[in-house]
Each structure stands twice: as structure tokens, then as C-alpha cells.
Design a protein around this ligand. Sequence first.
Ligand code: NAD
Length: 264
Amino acid sequence: SMGLMAGKRGLIMGLANDKSIAWGIAQQLAAQGAEIAFSYQGEALKKRVEPLAASIGMNTFVECDVSDEASMDALFAELAAKWGKIDFLVHAIGFSDKNELRGRYVDTSRQNFLMTMDISVYSFTAVCQRAAAMMTEGGSLLTLTYYGAEKVMPHYNVMGVAKAGLEASVKYLAEDLGKDGIRVNAISAGPIKTLAASGIGDFRYIMKWNELNSPLRRNVTQDEVGKAALYLLSDLGSGTTGENLHVDAGYHVVGMKAVDAPDI
Ligand code: NAD
């Protein structure tokens, strides 16, 4: 097939439903000729993931819980058996106890701190270890992060600390894997109403705030994140690694918003 991703094969991890950021990315990659395998967490998600993937012509799905080393090994063994090598990988996974995504960060428990770091930070490194071994002709790895890593955002709490760790790990991974022609990047997406986001306290207010205060005066869509992912995962992004690309309607550059109504 034709397109920016023609002849490229890869894995998308974290598709839960048609609101998932992973779905916005999958659609853009498929439209450019990519061949995509999907991993999903738990058999319950299979009935959602399968028809979505089928609607864009894909039929490879593997169950994988990223907190389980054996599950990860099985996923990559299956991919290796099917394709031998891969060209790209998308990690669109994060998790924390939603009881700690409201209120104060200072109240975070040790148990949820460690679980959040394991699923939301370490899993990307664990994925990179295995995927890099299959990227024998170079490749591109991508994860998803949020501005709450850089600045304090209401209710983001332990997930903000996790995303800071994830963003730092992107830089270290980029250095380690760069000599093998493998690029590692993150997209820092503005707030998008997904299943994971619905666990964050006052999420509607956060979306409204971003809409009112970002330079573009609106929120971003999963398609816009998908288009940025296409750049990073295709040859268009061949000179970019270790980057944190903000797809947030410009929100991250604003220190103080200008007054729209001049008479205030
Ligand atoms: P989503 O709920 O659609 O996706 C989250 C995915 O993580 C789900 O598919 C879930 O099954 C998976 N997951 C959780 N624990 C897992 C585990 N142990 N093993 C395997 N998979 C597991 O929500 P989303 O918003 O599309 O989230 C994707 C990524 O985007 C996350 O890293 C999230 O933090 C990030 N992000 C989201 C927003 C937003 O506003 N929605 C903004 C910036 C960054």
C-alpha cells in the first residue's frame, strides 16, 4: 500500500475503546499504510478492541498486562513469531487508583505510588527493552504524557510525579537506543475525555480551563494527537528523538493569559 507508513509494522498498546488516544493514533497510522498489532489488558476489553481494529483492516490482538513480566514476554514472543521485526511501537498506558487522583498529593500511599510508577513509568522501559530487540532496522517508540509532569495541575497528583519520571526516562532511552537507529519520543497531550481521564477529579473543569486559556482557545482531539504520532513514528520524524512534543493547543507556553475583553 501507499502512504507514509507503507511497509511499516508495529504494535499499539492501550486501546480500550473508540475514545482512547490509541484509537486516534491507530486510525492515522492505518490511513498511511501501517500494519498494526494491538495489545489490550484483560479479556473483557477484547470484544471492544477486536471490532475497532477490524474496522481499519487489522486482525492481530494479544492480551497483555504490563505489570506482569511473563505477560510482556509472551506478547513479544508472539510478535516475533508473527513478524520477526517491528518498526514502531505506541505505549498509551497509564494507571493509578482514582481515589488518589483527587484531593492532595501529599496523601499518596506507598502502595499506590509504587503501582502507579510500575504501570505508568517502568512499563515503557520494559516495553522498550523488548521492542528494541525486534527493531533490527531501526525504529520509533512513542509514549503519552501530560503537562501535570511539568507543573502542578489540580488532582493529577501521583500521576504527575509518574509522568515526570516517564518524561525523564524518554530522554535516557533515546540516548541508549539512538546508536541503533531507534528513536524514543513522547507526546504531551492536552486533556481529552477518555476512560482514563474520567478517573481524574474535576476533569470537566480542567478541560474548560484549557479551552479558555490555551492560545488556540480550544481543546485538542484524539485525531490531532494521531497526526503528531504519525510524524514521530514515520520518516517525517527521522531527526527527532528524546523529544516531548506538546499537542495541547499551545497551553504549555502560557504564563498568564491576555485579557480577551479589553475593559476588564
Ligand atoms: P484510555 O483509558 O483509553 O487508555 C488507557 C489504557 O491503559 C487502557 O487501554 C488500559 O487498558 C491501559 N492499561 C492500564 N493499566 C494497564 C496494564 N496494567 N496493562 C496494560 N494496559 C493497561 O485513556 P487515554 O486517555 O487514551 O490514555 C492513554 C495514555 O494517554 C495514558 O498514558 C494517559 O496518561 C495519556 N494521556 C491522556 C490524556 C487525556 O486527557 N486523556 C492527556 C495526556 C496524556
